[in-house]
Design a protein around this ligand. Structure first.
Ligand SMILES: Nc1nc2c(ncn2[C@@H]2O[C@H](COP(=O)(O)OP(=O)(O)OP(=O)(O)O)[C@@H](O)[C@H]2O)c(=O)[nH]1
Ligand SMILES: [Mg+2]
Ligand SMILES: [Zn+2]
Length: 218
């Protein structure tokens, strides 16, 4: 019986995610769901992309956090439209939260809608939000074994970002181990190595995003 309830909850989320996706397509917005553990660099990464994408794009951000609006304030300070979702303890975003946040944000494209998910490598991967693209941000100090321990988030991402490469050599992180661990669960997704701190490696991500802009192109 419990399994049945869980199944229904997930399918309701998937239905809402499909409605979100249609709405994003109509608005010529490409939804990008950014997943990572706490502190991996989601906000730094999204901030860097916003400042590097062509100015013709009308981009916005939905910030997910358990509490506070620190990240939303950082995005707003850059001059981009942003809405903060506080989950009050909830450990992932769901499609209903995104629908409500889109009502508030009133964003219209063409452009990208970046969604910073809750810092958590586990259940956010199970919830479609209506995104066209899913990116996972790993970071050097977390260690090279995260794709082995949290396979679903790496398996379901269209792009894998390794952030904080400025810290390579300072912690026990072997690049070949990380790449092998990603490839074991995701043979195809590009792996971008970046340092948001040093602003390195990010133009390749921007190029990839522009190639995959989908409705934002129209
Ligand atoms: N050394 C280094 N530090 C970085 C880099 N990118 C981000 N940081 C730092 O890492 C910390 C966390 O960065 P955030 O961008 O806030 O990470 P987040 O994933 O959004 O964090 P939460 O929203 O709290 O889960 C901050 O102190 C950043 O300055 C990087 O490339 N190198
Ligand atoms: Mg953040
Ligand atoms: Zn959760």
């Amino acid at each position: 019986m419990k399994i049945q309830v869980g199944k229904n909850v997930l399918s309701a989320n998937d239905q809402q995610a499909l409605a979100n996706r249609r709405r994003l397509d109509e608005l010529k917005l490409t939804g990008v769901n950014v997943l990572a553990s706490p502190g991996a660099g989601k906000t730094s990464f999204i901030s860097a992309l916003l400042t590097m994408l062509p100015t013709a794009y009308r981009n916005g951000v939905i910030e997910g956090d358990v509490a506070g609006r620190i990240d939303a304030d950082k995005i707003a300070a850059l001059g981009f439209p942003v809405t903060q979702i506080n989950t009050a303890g909830g450990c992932h975003l769901d499609a209903g939260m995104i629908a409500r946040a889109m009502d508030e944000l009133k964003l219209a494209g063409p452009g990208f809608l970046f969604i910073e998910n809750i810092g958590n490598l586990i259940c956010p991967a199970e919830f479609q939000l209506g995104e066209a693209l899913r990116m996972v941000v790993a970071s050097v100090p977390e260690g090279d074994d995260k794709p082995i321990k949290y396979p679903l988030v790496f398996a379901t991402a269209q792009a894998v970002i390794l952030n904080k490469t400025d810290l390579l050599g300072m912690v026990d992180f072997q690049m070949h181990n990380f790449v092998a661990a990603v490839r074991a669960v995701n043979p195809d997704a590009p792996i971008f190595t970046v340092s948001c701190r040093k602003q390195e490696g990010l133009s390749a991500v921007v190029d990839w995003l522009l190639q995959h802009a989908g409705p934002a192109k129209g």
